[in-house]
Design a protein around this ligand. Structure first.
Ligand SMILES: NC(=O)c1ccc[n+]([C@@H]2O[C@H](COP(=O)([O-])OP(=O)(O)OC[C@H]3O[C@@H](n4cnc5c(N)ncnc54)[C@H](O)[C@@H]3O)[C@@H](O)[C@H]2O)c1
Ligand SMILES: O=C(O)[C@H](O)COP(=O)(O)O
Length: 409
């Protein structure tokens, strides 16, 4: 259990993976100056050492916050994922330890959709192969294997923030859009939801994946799924590397079952730009390989920096957990002329009663109280008169089942 009651200059923030400077500016504007900024991710052993002293950590998709790392993070209050995906964080372990995790659920979605649209056009025209040949001095002027997008069917797997935007853009260039999603979805434009994955795979000229990394999406596209796709279809994956069986894809390209592919994410990705990228797909001219840059645009990164740093400062300054991905969500008013106690506890019967009884015994008047729980933890926020705040924190910290308690003035 950790108690935190620190002035802002003592709050240590570690930002990894070269998050946009807008994050640093946002934190500084809000009074947080104790920031360590690294351009790379860190291997687990180094992270375990560095994270011990840190109150907030900012990462992107390359940094793995495993249970071992989180267990070592004695002072960690919150994690900011400066991206959409949060699969690189052990969210359950973070929750058990009372560490809130935030992300940027929308800010880079347009960038991904735009990249995929471009790839669809290039792949339908066979441009990656012609481009590679031209670089080698070969002139391949031919309409063979070259098609317009107009009238072709785009099959989207995962019709969320990215899938829907891609669908609208694809319709605007005359494509027919169908999608498969495990949820019933409101269809935008003229898109049609199909009932099963096989149906989508059989009908689409281009398949694009926009699902999260989950146990269900692991190898969602393997040998069997590629087999049912149309002869000469195109496969695009800008979601997560675990979603496509890369060896199965390489084999399908070898046998010319597929006309091309665009892959932005890989089962194993280099840890830094200095590390060599290895993949069985490197040998194929008709595959666009990109180094996980779907969301890497200036616009997206700047917006993500502001959004996630804003969420971290709000949680630090006022306790709000709105949009946290692993925490009960509590929306809180500004704190004025009082102290605010933030208490994360195991969700077991009687915690709130214990708190209220302890406060009553010490004559601590509760000015406001907010509580949200999920199946594992509870998060209660209590505003009290500042004169009582230190006693209140002591009492709160002694409550059975307490995971973390901190105070804001
Ligand atoms: N390449 C990049 O740089 C980049 C950038 C942003 C996001 N991403 C990845 O793209 C993913 C999608 O992003 P989003 O913003 O559209 O997410 P989202 O949560 O808005 O949408 C995901 C959709 O997938 C559906 N889904 C989940 N499991 C499924 C399954 N087994 N089969 C079919 N549908 C399923 C969900 O119901 C949802 O509609 C993210 O989780 C992230 O991993 C990659
Ligand atoms: O989850 C995401 O938003 C994307 O995969 C982008 O990750 P990145 O910030 O590491 O580029």
């Amino acid at each position: 259990m950790s108690k935190v009651s620190l002035s802002k200059d003592k709050i240590k923030i570690l930002l990894l993976e070269g998050v946009h400077q807008s994050a640093v500016e946002t934190l500084k504007r809000n009074g947080y100056s104790n920031i360590e900024y690294l351009k790379t991710s860190l291997p687990e052993s180094e992270l375990i050492e560095r994270i011990k002293h840190v109150h907030f950590v900012g990462i992107r998709s390359r940094t793995h916050l495993s249970e071992a790392v989180l267990n070592a993070a004695e002072k960690l209050v919150a994690v900011g994922c400066f991206c959409i995906g949060t699969n690189q964080v052990n969210l359950e372990a973070a929750k058990r330890l009372g560490i809130a995790v935030f992300n940027a659920p929308f800010s880079n979605t347009r960038s991904v959709a735009e990249l995929v649209l471009g790839e669809i056009l290039l792949l339908l025209r066979g441009i990656p192969k012609r481009n590679a040949m031209a670089h080698r001095g070969q002139w391949f002027k031919s309409a063979i294997g070259s098609f317009e997008a107009r009238g072709k069917t785009l099959g989207i797997i995962g019709y969320g923030h990215i899938g829907t935007q891609l669908g609208i853009m694809a319709e605007n260039i005359g494509m027919k859009v169908e999608f498969y999603d495990i949820e019933d979805k409101l269809t935008l434009g003229n898109a049609q939801q199909v009932q099963n994955l096989t149906q989508l795979l059989q009908r689409a000229d281009v398949i694009s994946l926009h699902v999260p990394e989950t146990p269900q999406t692991k190898n969602l596209i393997g040998m069997a799924e590629i087999e049912v796709m149309k002869q000469g279809a195109i496969l695009i994956n800008a979601s997560r590397g675990t979603v496509v069986d890369i060896d199965a894809l390489a084999e399908a390209l070898q046998h010319e079952k597929l006309a091309g592919a665009a892959i932005d994410v890989f089962p194993v990705e280099p840890k830094s730009n200095d590390e060599e990228f290895t993949s069985p797909l490197r040998e194929f001219d008709n595959v666009i390989l990109t180094p996980h840059v779907g969301g890497s645009t200036q616009e997206a990164q700047e917006n993500i920096g502001i959004e996630v740093a804003g969420k971290l400062t709000k949680y630090s300054d006022n306790g709000s957990t709105v949009t946290a991905v692993n925490f009960p969500e509590v929306s809180l008013p500004e704190l004025s002329n009082r102290s605010r106690l933030l208490h994360v506890h195991e969700n077991r019967p009687g915690v709130l009663t214990q708190i209220n009884q302890a406060f009553a015994q010490h004559g601590i008047n509760i000015a406001a109280q907010y509580l949200q729980t999920d199946d594992c933890i509870g998060y209660v926020v209590i505003d009290v008169d500042s004169d009582h705040s230190e006693v209140a924190l002591k009492e709160l910290s002694a409550v059975e089942g307490t995971i973390r308690a901190r105070i804001l003035h």
